[in-house]
Design a protein around this ligand. Structure first.
Ligand code: AMP
Length: 325
């Protein structure tokens, strides 16, 4: 087994040439109410697909969103996504229904949280519609959502995507495990956190958990470990990406999805998906997550500028570089 912690290719973000291939993103677009030791928010914009779309928009102008919201969802928040170049043709608005609502409270360590409320609302009967211009997307990111709906997206594509990645969470393992297994079998990459990997496989060792997940179908497995970084597994290779050690973490909500946005956003610029590119994508994902946790909700992702991103990637490089003498 090769464990690789230091070699990854990182160029300047002049790389962001916007010659990327299209990236279809599905997931929740939601209202969140968050409580951390630093404060509390009322309903603010959140949702897996919101974070993924905003984060990946820094790497590609070809983000195509599939989601559903209720009539209560503010038009200016849809505009926010559009201002970041996100195509919202696949975003359904159900005027007479309420948007998905999630509320969570973080423990003092900020690494664990309790879900206080999950109101599916408009997600309960979500039937994803893929506009014609989405049909041949090369990259598909199935963000956190019912596994049944995630699978419908794969089945409704005209052409086989180059890469399909999937995220899920304990909520869906608890209520739709059989459906989830069917969906996992159809994807190339599974991205989940450590607790979820353990629940899915019944294995405490993350290395064994990744092997079991490989057997379920995905060739690549990414296990996110919050402030301890992320592990990338492919066959007998492992890469470890650190998380940026920060003095203050204000709100970890959406860190996982921001990671995913950076990860798939980078890959959508790559001609060929290889383990080497996946390593770089994992570092870029970690950098995007490090921004998100520094402010409440999507604030950091809304305001990010490319020089800050470049600077942070340099920090990641120096954080992981060492000489063997
Ligand atoms: P993360 O912190 O990256 O794991 O993701 C947080 C986001 O996931 C929040 O913005 C929530 O709106 C969203 N979320 C929470 N529970 C669910 C669920 N069961 N299905 C879809 N999205 C969810």
């Amino acid at each position: 087994m090769n464990i690789d912690t230091r070699n990854f290719k990182l160029c300047d973000l002049q790389w962001i040439t916007f010659a990327a291939m299209s990236l279809l993103v599905i997931g929740s677009v939601a209202f969140d109410a968050i409580e951390t030791p630093f404060g509390k928010t009322d309903k603010i914009i959140g949702g897996a697909a919101t974070y993924i779309s905003l984060s990946s928009s820094y790497f590609t102008d070809q983000v195509k969103l599939v989601a559903v919201v209720g009539g209560d969802f503010p038009k200016e928040d849809i505009k926010l996504l559009e201002d970041h170049g996100v195509d919202t043709e696949g975003l359904q608005i159900k005027e007479d229904e309420k948007s998905f609502f999630w509320s969570g409270k973080y423990h003092n360590d900020m690494n664990s949280r309790d879900t206080l409320v999950t109101e599916l609302n408009v997600l309960e009967n979500f039937d994803p519609i893929l506009p014609a211009s989405y049909q041949s997307s090369e990259y598909v990111m199935l963000g956190n959502l019912s596994p049944d709906v995630q699978r419908k997206v794969i089945e409704r594509m005209d052409t086989k995507p180059k890469l399909i990645a999937l995220d899920t969470m304990n909520f869906w393992m608890d209520i739709a495990l059989e459906e989830l297994h069917k969906t996992i079998a159809m994807v190339d990459v599974l991205i989940i956190n450590d607790e979820e990997a353990r629940q899915l496989t019944d294995q405490y060792s993350l290395v064994k958990a990744a092997q079991i997940i490989h057997e379920m179908g995905p060739k690549y497995v990414i296990i996110k470990k919050g402030e301890h970084g992320a592990l990338l597994f492919h066959k007998n290779q492992i890469f470890c990406a650190p998380a940026l050690p920060l003095e203050n973490v204000f709100d970890p909500t959406g860190a996982g999805d921001s990671f995913i946005g950076g990860f798939v956003g980078h890959l959508s610029q790559c001609k060929n998906v290889s383990f080497e590119e996946m390593k770089t994508a994992t570092i870029i994902g970690s950098a995007m997550a490090s921004f998100t946790v520094q402010k409440f909700g999507t604030k950091s992702l809304e305001e990010l500028i490319l020089p800050e991103l470049n600077e942070r990637l340099d920090i990641f490089k120096s954080l992981t570089e060492f000489e063997l003498t």
